[in-house]
Structures are given as C-alpha cells and as structure tokens.
Ligand binder design. Structure first.
Ligand SMILES: N#Cc1c(N)ncnc1-c1cnn(CCN2CCOCC2)c1
Length: 295
C-alpha cells in the first residue's frame, strides 16, 4: 500500500487508487497460493505482469478498446512524482469506468470449477458439454462461463448466461460481453499456443465509458488472471502443472515446508531458491509471449 495516495480498494495482489478523475492500478510483488497471500514476495512480479498486460492490450486493440491512459510514470500526473520510483513499471493510470459486475470468464480447457460442475452434471455454467471429458481436456470451442463478483476474499458465483443477462438486467450487454470475451480469449489463446503456453482459461473485467462504450478493464491475460500451462507438459486426465506457480505449489506440499494445505494455518515463507525460480518463470512467460527481454 502506498500511503499518501487516495486508496480505493485492494485485491490479493493489486491496489487501486483515485488520482484526480482517473484511477491508478498498482501491481504488488505479492503472490497467492492455496487461497493465501504468501508472506514471501516475488521480486519484479508486479512489473512483469503489468508490462505483460500492457503488451496484451496492444495485441487486442483492434478487437476492443481498453481503460489504460498510460503505464509510463513520466506521463503520470505531477501529484504522483514523489512515488515515481515505487510505481515505475508496475502501475497503470486508467480511465474511471462504470464497471460491469460480472467476471467474464472464458475457458478453452476444462479444469477447476468448470470441471467440478461437469463431473456432477455434464455441464459448465449450465451449458451441456460432450461426454468423456477429463481434467485438462481441450474444448472443441471456448466457452463463456460468467460469474457474479463476490466480496474480496469470497469466491465468485458461477452463473448461467441467462442468469447473468437477468441479473445485469441487460440481455444485449450480456450477449456483447459473451462475444467479446470469447473473441479476445480466442485471439490470446492462439498467440500463446504459438509460443508454447496454453491459456487454459482467463477472466476479463469490462466497464463502460460515460457514452456507454464497452471497454476492457483491470489487468488482462496474466498468470494471475488466467491459467498458464506449459504446452510441452500438457497431459489431459490429471492436474496440469502451472507455468508460474508449480515451484511454489510443489514446495508448499513437500515435507520440506512442514505445511499441510488442509490445515487452517497460513503457509510458511518460501526458500530463496523457490522465490528466484518463480521469478524466472514470470520472466520466461513475459519473454516468450512478447518476444521482448524483460529489463
Ligand atoms: N480496472 C478498473 C476499474 C476502472 N478502470 N474503473 C473503475 N473501476 C475499476 C475497478 C474497480 N475494482 N476493480 C476490480 C479489480 N481491482 C483490482 C485492484 O484491487 C481491487 C479490485 C476494477
């Protein structure tokens, strides 16, 4: 948290501030695992994921406008000058939007909460799926599985498209969100797959400008808002290794940590080698996707 700025809200990893009539979205180096925010930070994680978001916004600009005014600290308002060094590379100055209260999730592969519903009902958010799918199955076509936003710390509520249309009270908006979410996900999935990363699923947030234009908000297509899987280790029928968090998960569930995920105790601090290996994975994801060296 940056004292001295007008703090509006915080998620597990990022903080939101009001700056004049705009917003400042700041990504920390925090990392979460097993629903805990770990006491260990990953150096540069906030900068890497912010720069990745900015790259994706550029890749998607022909499909959908976004909320970012600038991520260049030298273009930030003068009131932020005292925080330049702290903000450099990890902050986006954004237009303030009327946010749509829906987590717009696209899934290209079946896992997580989508798999759980499928194993019970053969559906995902009420949509029937083919029989015989397993954990990690690639879906013939990406599916839109919206969730109504929950309070910080609670899990979002998966809803059917029809429920979402009803609860937003705007069926046309619901249809537009579905189309945009699937188009953006499909573009990103194809780009990532060409670089050896499977984008299993992702969550978008949208908002509207005063004139009503629908705009892509928040961060996009980072390992925090998406499941990134290394393509060369994809084996449907088991849990897929996470591109970025597998070192953390493996250590936390190993005897070396002395921690039990089933306990109510928070995880211990990570060994330096796990911190550095995890940082390296974030750098690798950034460099493989963007083709740009992280500096
Ligand atoms: N982005 C954006 C945005 C915007 N451009 N205009 C108005 N509101 C928001 C907004 C408000 N909350 N959230 C959820 C993500 N936050 C991340 C940081 O932590 C808190 C939650 C997005």
């Amino acid at each position: 948290m940056i004292t001295g700025l007008n703090h509006l809200a915080s998620g597990k990893i990022r903080d939101l501030y009001a700056v004049g009539g705009d917003l400042l979205l700041v990504a920390s180096d925090r990392i979460s695992a097993y629903d805990y925010v770990l006491e260990s930070e990953i150096p540069d994680k906030g900068r890497i994921l912010t720069q990745l978001s900015m790259w994706w916004f550029g890749q998607l600009a022909d499909l959908v406008p976004n909320h970012v005014l600038t991520a260049d600290v030298d273009e930030f308002p003068a009131e932020l000058a005292p925080y330049k060094d702290e903000l450099r590379g990890r902050a986006m100055l954004c237009r303030r939007l009327a946010m749509v209260p829906v987590e717009c999730v696209a899934r290209g592969y079946l896992t997580g909460s989508g798999l759980a519903e499928y194993e019970k009902n053969g559906t995902a958010n009420g949509v029937p799926l083919p029989a015989g799918l397993v954990d990690g199955s690639r879906l013939d076509r990406p599916i839109f599985t919206p969730a109504m936003k929950a309070e910080v710390g609670a899990h979002d509520e998966n809803v059917t498209f029809e429920e979402m249309a009803e609860r937003t009270g705007d069926p046309e908006l619901a249809a537009r969100l579905k189309d945009l979410t699937l188009a953006v996900y499909s573009r990103a999935r194809d780009i990532a797959e060409g670089r050896g990363i499977l984008l299993a699923d992702t969550k978008f947030e949208f908002g509207r400008l005063p004139g009503g234009t629908l705009v892509l908000a928040d961060e996009v297509l980072t390992p925090d808002s998406s499941r990134f899987w290394p393509a060369d280790q994809w084996h449907p029928g088991r849990a897929q290794p996470s591109f970025d968090k597998q070192y953390v998960r493996d250590w936390l569930t190993s005897p070396a940590s002395g921690w039990d995920p089933r306990s109510d105790t928070p995880p211990p601090a990570l060994p330096e080698e796990v911190v550095q290996a995890t940082r390296a994975r974030y750098v690798e994801a950034y460099e493989r996707l963007t083709g740009v060296k992280f500096v």
